[in-house]
Design a protein around this ligand. Sequence first.
Ligand SMILES: Nc1ncnc2c1ncn2[C@@H]1O[C@H](COP(=O)(O)OP(=O)(O)OP(=O)(O)O)[C@@H](O)[C@H]1O
Ligand SMILES: [Mg+2]
Length: 387
Amino acid sequence: MGRILIFTGKGGVGKSSLSAAHARSSALEGKKTLLVSTDMAHNLGDIFSVQLGKEAKEIAPNLDALEIDPAYVMEHDFQDMMRAIINMISSERINASDVDVKLFPGVEELFSLLKILDIYESGMYERIIIDCAPTGETLALLKFPELFSWYIEKLFPIGRVVVKVLAPISKRAFKLELPGKKAMNDIERLYYRLFELQQLLKDRETTSVRLVTIPEKMVVEETKRNYMYMNLYDYHVDGVYINRILPQEVEKTFFDEWIQIQAKYIKELEETFSNLPIYRVPWFDTDLNGVEGIDRIVKAVLDGQDVFAIHDSIAGERYEENDRGYVMYVTLPFVGKEDVDMHMSGTDIIIKIGNFKRNIPIPNILREYSVVEAKLNNGELKIQFEN
Ligand SMILES: Nc1ncnc2c1ncn2[C@@H]1O[C@H](COP(=O)(O)OP(=O)(O)OP(=O)(O)O)[C@@H](O)[C@H]1O
Ligand SMILES: [Mg+2]
C-alpha cells in the first residue's frame, strides 16, 4: 500500500522545501518516490535545477518529480471526464457553446487530483509527496471532490446505491455496485472516480496532511484555522513543522527580540498541537535551493525520524450508537460556538464555519432520525440523532 503526504501552509513558509526534503529522504531510504506539485506557480524544477516536463521525470535515484499542468492533464488524460463536466454544466441550461470549464474555479485543479489518483493506482510509487499551493487554495482543492460529487448527486439521478456510498457509516464496508465500467456513462464514471479519490485522500492509513508553519503570530493563527478546516473536511493531519527557527547562538544582536518572539510562538504551537508530532526546522544561513540545501533539512530534521509513519492520534469524523440513537462526532478544534452554524437540509447535515461549508450526507440508517441536539465541546462537535 502506498503512502501520500500532502504539505500545506501559508505562502512562503517552506512547503516546497519540506516536501522536497521528504521526497529526498524517502528516495534515500530506497523507496520509489514521486514529488508532485499542484501549485500553478511551480518551483520544484528550480529547487532541483532541472527542467521538468509534463509527465513525471526521474531527478535522482528512486525519485521522480512532476509539476502538474492541469490544462494538459485535462486534455491529455481526462477527455471523457471533461465531456461529462461539460454535459453536466450544459444540462444546467447554460448555453453549451459558452461552456468553458475554466470558468468554474477548482475544476482544473480537480484534474490534478484525479491525475494523482491514477498515478497512485498505477502502483509505480511507494510514496507520493504533494507540494501544495498556499492554504486557501489547498482547502479549495481538497474540498472540491466532495463538493463536486454533491452537485452531481443533486443534478443527476445517480441512484440510491451511490448515495449510500458516501454515507460515512458504510464508507469502509461498502462495495461500489455500479453497472460495469463499460456500461457507465461519463457522469457516472466521473462520479465513481471522485468517490475513489475521496476514499484515497481521506483514508487515514494512506494519506496524511502535514502543516508547515513559522513561529510568528499571524502564521500561527492561520495554522490553527487551517488545521480546523482540515478537520472539518475530515482530512487526517498528523504532523506539524515549525520552520525558520532562529539559532540560540545568535547573541546580542538585532535578533534578540525575534528569538524571544519565536520562543513564545513555538511554545504556543507546542501546546496547541500537543497531540501531533512536531518537527523543528532551523533557519539556515542560506536559502535552500538546490539538492545540497534540501539535504540540509534532511540531515538536520528528518534523519532518524520515522516521518512516514502514520500517527493516529486524533479521531476523525465518526458515529457511535448510544441509548438515544446515534451520535455523530466531527473534530473542530479552535472554533467558538458562535462561529459554527449547523443545520439539516434534506438528507444532508450542513456545517458552516466562516466561508467554508460542508454538506455531510446522512447515512441511510439515519434517514429516519432527526437531529435533536448539537454541542461543541473540547474541540469536538457532537450531533445527537433520535427517532
Ligand atoms: N529553514 C529555512 N532556512 C532558510 N531558508 C529557507 C528555510 N525554509 C525555506 N527557506 C527558503 O525560503 C523560500 C521559501 O521557501 P519555500 O519555497 O519552500 O516555501 P513555500 O511555502 O513553498 O512557498 P510558496 O507558498 O511560495 O510556494 C525559499 O527560498 C527557501 O529556500
Ligand atoms: Mg511552494
